[in-house]
Write a protein that binds this ligand. Structure first.
Ligand code: ATP
Length: 378
């Protein structure tokens, strides 16, 4: 039986399988390596993954996303309450104090727990692995953030069980990254220790891990995180900026319309990526609301100014990880960055200045967690 590694992200998920000739990331039915972490409930059926993402715009209130943020958290958790403000679907408090997601499915209003929705996602990912391997998949290793609490870990295990999976291990995402890094490195020293900092700035969180490598040996020296710092914070800054601008210039209030909010957020995410490669970028959306086409524009400089409060927070987990590892910054020999949001030039600048060395991107940033997970149990 094959062992499979799952990376379930806040935005997208990746499946890797360990085969005799190495670790492969497998494709989903749409021939994509990444599967969006979305379940969209419809009138006749539910759509999961790529199909779920495609249905989101047409059916925003029944498209359940960001499940990694909801899993294993109490409804009263202030972080969850703050996340709920930007989610288009309804969530209330269940009898056990955990959130209940409301969606219209098969013509009826239904409620689902985050564990059930994650179970659906896992079952889709299991199907992807099974189709590729042509065999049943049960044993697996799942990547989780280092900051997950016991309740969150148990919730992930419950969701895996619903999907008919048997996780041999839950592996910290940063450890999985370090494992995937070490396995292909042929020039590790025999005696001296090579200290590598792995910095992962993802969609909603930041994780830092410092690992010591010797030939055939990996030691996690220290780690730290910010549970609430990621690419989506930059999207939100742009979203608020343009929502205010459009209110003034076009007299439309996007906050009053779930689909307009989703479309503006999606456009802001694209804009943010364009700004990583260009000094300025336009934002044009046809028929955003009340049949009005909107046009906007921002320079990278202005984006960095309005994001200053978020940028200030990037250094904190870096310093904490160093302190946790008991290392001075000169003793970190290399810095490997993963996570999509680490492409933002202002973030790169802060990290480069902090470590006093150029950042490396040796890893396939998107796939290293899934590969490390598959490797762990291979
Ligand atoms: P998490 O790590 O929070 O679980 P994830 O693993 O799904 O989420 P990643 O895929 O590592 O997250 O990163 C996604 C984030 O990176 C998104 O916010 C995306 O907008 C951002 N991103 C991707 N490419 C770029 C780019 N070129 N410039 C700026 N941001 C980018």
């Amino acid at each position: 039986m094959s062992v499979v590694g799952f990376d379930f992200g806040n935005e997208s998920c990746i499946v890797a399988v360990a085969r005799q000739r190495g670790i492969d990331v497998v494709l989903n039915d749409e021939s994509k390596r990444e599967t969006p972490a979305i379940v969209c409930f419809g009138e006749k059926q539910r759509f999961i993954g790529t199909a779920g993402a495609a249905s989101t715009m047409m059916n925003p209130k029944n498209a359940i996303s960001q499940i990694k943020r909801l899993i294993g958290r109490k409804f009263s958790d202030p972080e969850l309450q703050s996340d709920l403000k930007s989610l288009p679907f309804a969530v209330t408090e269940g009898p056990d104090g955990f959130p209940l997601i409301h969606a219209r499915y098969l013509g009826e209003l239904r409620t689902f727990t985050p564990i059930q929705v994650l179970g659906m996602l896992f079952s889709d990912l299991k199907g992807i692995a099974e189709k590729n391997l042509n065999a049943a998949v049960v044993d697996c290793c799942i990547g989780i953030p280092v900051y997950f609490t016991d309740i969150q870990r148990r919730a992930v295990l419950d969701a895996a069980m619903i999907a008919g999976l048997h996780p041999l291990r839950l592996l910290h995402e940063t450890t999985a990254t370090a494992l995937a890094y070490g396995i292909y490195k042929t020039d590790l020293p025999e005696n001296d220790q090579l200290n590598v900092a792995f910095v992962d700035l993802g969609h909603s969180s930041m994780q830092v891990c410092i690992a010591g490598f010797k030939k055939g040996q990996l030691k996690i020296l220290g780690h730290s995180y910010d549970r609430n710092l990621g690419g989506r914070d930059f999207d939100e800054v742009l979203f608020r900026h343009f929502a205010a601008k459009f209110k003034e210039e076009y007299k439309i209030d996007v906050y009053q319309n779930a689909r307009a909010c989703l479309r503006l957020r999606a456009a802001c995410e694209k804009l943010k990526k364009v700004l990583s490669a260009n000094p300025e970028a336009p934002l044009n959306i046809e028929c955003l609301m009340e049949e009005k086409d909107v046009r906007g524009f921002i320079k990278r400089e202005e984006f960095e100014q309005i994001s200053a409060p978020i940028l200030e927070r990037v250094k904190v987990p870096l310093a904490k990880a160093l302190a946790d590892a008991g290392l001075a910054v000169e003793n970190v020999h290399m810095v490997e960055v993963v996570g999509g949001a680490s492409r933002i030039p202002a973030v790169v600048k802060i990290m480069t200045e902090f470590f006093g060395k150029e950042l490396r991107r040796t890893m396939n940033a998107t796939e290293c967690v899934a590969k490390g997970c598959a490797l762990q149990c291979a």
